[in-house]
Structures are given as C-alpha cells and as structure tokens.
Write a protein that binds this ligand. Structure first.
Ligand SMILES: [Zn+2]
Length: 432
C-alpha cells in the first residue's frame, strides 16, 4: 500500500493545514492526523489545544478495537503512539483505511464522533464470550476466523489482561479453552480495583454444566493440574546482600537474562579453552613478550578472568603487538588441564625487596638481589584449593633457577595469596 496524504483544510500550502498521513507497515496501516502546526497556531492565539474528552474517548475506543483486530489477524508485535493533541494515531487493517480516514475527518472538522464509535463497534471482537468460564471448543469459521494458533496467541494475551489462566489447546480447525482465575490474580485485582476498571470476577465458583462438551485428548496435558490448588504462602526472610559473583560479575538480573555472565562464569569455573592450533609439549607453557602472537594472545585472553574477578582496571598481560624484549623479563606461566588453561601466573624480575614474616607489619632489611616477582596468580574456580597456586610458584622458581623461598611477592598480598605464601614459605617471604 502506498503512502497517502489527505489535507483537511482548504489551503494545503498553509503550514497550519491539518492533514492525515497514511503509512503502511507489514501488518497494518497507520493513519495519523497531524495537527502539530494547527495546535501551535491555536496556542499562539490563546486557545486551548486540548481535545474534547468525547473526542479522545472515541479515539481510544477505535484505536483499541482496531489494534485488537490487527493482533487477532496474527500480528504479535507492539504499537506505539504519542498522547496529546498534536498527533492522533490510529492503527488499522488495510481494509479499514478509508473508514478510518473518514471517521478522523468527521471528528476533526465536524466534531462528529459517531463514525469513530461506529468503527470501534464494527471491529469489536467477542473477547468476553471467548473468555467466559467453562470448557468450550471455539471453531474456526464459526466462532473466529484467523488460524487457530494465532487466534490462541491473541486469546492468551487477552486472558492475561483479565488475570486468567487459559488452559487452552489449538487443534487443526479449532481451539479448546477453559479459562480459570487463579486466586492470586483475584486477590490482586480485588485489592486495587482502581487499577482494573470494569473487571468483574465471572470465573470463581463457576460450575461446569452437565451438557458442557468434553475435551477429547488433543495433545498436551489432559488437565489443569493447578485446578483446586491453594495459593503459595510467603514469609519474610533474610537473603544475602552481596551483589558480586565469585567470578566478579554482578549478580543482579541483567537484560540478557544473565547469558553473558553465565558464559563468563563457565570459563571462570573450567578455564580458558586454548586454540586448537597451539601445540603444547608440556602442561605448563612459559609465554614471554617475544613468544609467537597466538601464545601472547592466549595470555591476554586468560588475563581477563583475574581482571574481572578482582575488579582491576587493567589486564596483567598486554603484549599483543610485535615481539619485544622487556628489561624486566616480563612473562606468564599458563597451566593446562583438560584442554583448558586453568592456571595463570604473571611475573617479572626485580631487585628491590624486603623480607616479611607474613604476620604483622614487620619488614626486615632491604635486599637488592635480582628475584622473580609474582605479579598475579589466578586459578580457575573448579581447580582451587588443590595446590595449583603452589605448582605455578614452583614453576616460576624452577624457571628462574632459585628456591621457592627466594621468590618475591608483589604487595599488597591478597588473603588467598597470603595463605599460599604461608604454605610455601612459612618462614616469611620477600615482598616488593
Ligand atoms: Zn559468576
């Protein structure tokens, strides 16, 4: 359908002329009365731009009846329109465009709202009948016309507006329904009737008549297993208030249903999958700033997990450019298990240390020996408390050619790091 513009005022070149624009989308046409400049001019002349309430009522009725029709036809998306006197929007089936244009014109120019009401009446669907209590088979071509599955979708959305559970099933040419009202929905609606104007409970206490049809087995569950159930009771309880997961991600429900967190968390738990084209000749790889790029990229990737977990601003590995020599021999140790990197230690060599007894704030003398210094240790969640940290520190010492007690730890040492240090060198450690 092609776009159309209809001018309501005699001189269409006048900017203030009111006009109706018709635009088509896939499922329906939008018919928009544009009064923007007209309203602006009226306001300038001190006239109130507000629409008479009879006008807005008629528009609301026509719009809602007509949106129902479009959904009944199978459209499952939403609609959006603005409130206010500048634009008046109707969404209609293509067959109703001319009627809608004429109804808007009569309402706007002649203050005749009867055509909008007539439009609403002609489109109104017997939703109340469809959702009446009791078991029924609604037959396509008799009770409704759209395909049963899309009719059922429409009916479900209407039912939820009434607070109903539908217990429904589409067959090839019909839809079986038995609307029931859960106690909780009844309570909610009766507690704040002002939020549900016109809502009346027609369902509670309804007794199926002896002549009601019996639903044959049409697939799915045969019966409503909540029928006759009593509502769930609630109690106040203290719940944990921390908002961060062990992996460092926020625990609050996110817009993606927590998918990003779940993916991140799985890797945190089981380790980072190593690229298939990397050949490991042992379980522990020493990656330096001069290693092939695939290895350095792997170290970079792994470094993301400790970064998120500890809320660091930077990753502990950033060498993903050309191979380069670093003065302090910056390197990382990657430990592999079950085809994933499950342990990571970033280190470099420095020569300014002090000795710490691991308890109070006692530091003994300064030391200028060149020592390997631990920058960061990380172990995948599932592998913690199994000595992996110790394995990594031992690898660092062996690689450097010193004893474990000679290794230096970057301070401040985390509580977990302190436990590890106490286990590996109970006499105290070098810190820097
Ligand atoms: Zn997590």
């Amino acid at each position: 359908m092609t776009e159309r513009r209809i001018y309501l005022d005699p001189d269409p070149r006048d900017r203030r002329s009111r006009r109706i624009d018709v635009r088509a989308s896939r499922w329906y046409a939008s018919v928009v009365l544009n009064r923007d400049e007209y309203v602006y001019a009226a306001t300038q002349h001190g006239r109130s731009p507000e629409l008479p309430s009879a006008y807005t009522e008629a528009i609301d009725r026509a719009r809602s009846a007509s949106m129902d029709r479009i959904c009944y036809d199978g459209y499952s998306g939403g609609f959006s329109w603005g409130n206010g006197p500048s634009w008046i929007t109707l969404f209609v089936q293509f067959s109703q465009v001319d009627t809608a244009v004429e109804a808007l014109r009569a309402a706007e120019l002649d203050h005749d709202y009867s055509k909008l009401h007539a439009l609403a009446d002609s489109l109104a669907l017997p939703v109340d009948d469809w959702l009446a209590p009791g078991e029924r088979e609604l037959v396509r071509g008799v009770h409704f016309h759209s395909p049963p599955s899309s009719f059922l979708n429409f009916l479900r959305s209407k039912a939820s507006g009434y607070g109903l559970r539908l217990n429904a099933r589409a067959t090839a040419g019909s839809v079986w329904v038995r609307p029931t009202l859960p106690d909780i929905e009844k309570m909610v609606r009766e507690k704040s009737p002002e939020q549900y104007p016109g809502w009346v409970d027609r369902w509670t206490g309804y007794i199926e008549s002896d002549t009601a049809p019996i639903r044959p087995w049409v697939g799915g569950r045969e019966q409503d297993l909540s029928y006759g159930a009593s509502p769930v009771q609630f109690h106040a309880a203290n719940v944990p208030t921390f908002d961060s997961c062990r992996c460092g991600k926020r625990l609050q429900e996110s817009s993606d249903d927590g998918k990003a967190h779940a993916a991140h968390h799985t890797v945190w738990e089981f380790g980072i999958r190593a690229p298939k084209n990397l050949m490991w000749l042992g379980e522990l790889a020493v990656v330096t700033t001069e290693s092939p790029i695939t290895w350095r990229r792997l170290a970079y990737k792994v470094a993301r997990w400790p970064q998120v977990e500890n809320h660091y601003d930077f990753r502990s590995w950033s060498h993903i450019d050309k191979p380069e020599v670093t003065q302090d021999n910056f390197r990382s140790y990657l430990l592999r298990a079950n085809d994933r990197v499950i342990g990571y230690l970033a280190a470099h060599d420095t020569n300014e240390h002090r000795h710490w007894d691991l308890d109070g704030s006692r530091y003994d003398g300064e030391d200028n020996t060149l020592r390997p210094r631990i920058i960061l240790i990380w172990v995948a969640g599932a592998y913690r408390h199994q000595g992996i940290g110790g394995t990594l520190v031992r690898a660092l010492a062996d690689d450097f050619g010193c004893k474990i007690a000679d290794v230096s730890w970057s301070s401040p040492i985390s509580p977990a790091g302190r436990r590890l240090a106490r286990r590996l060198s109970p006499e105290g450690v070098w810190v820097s």
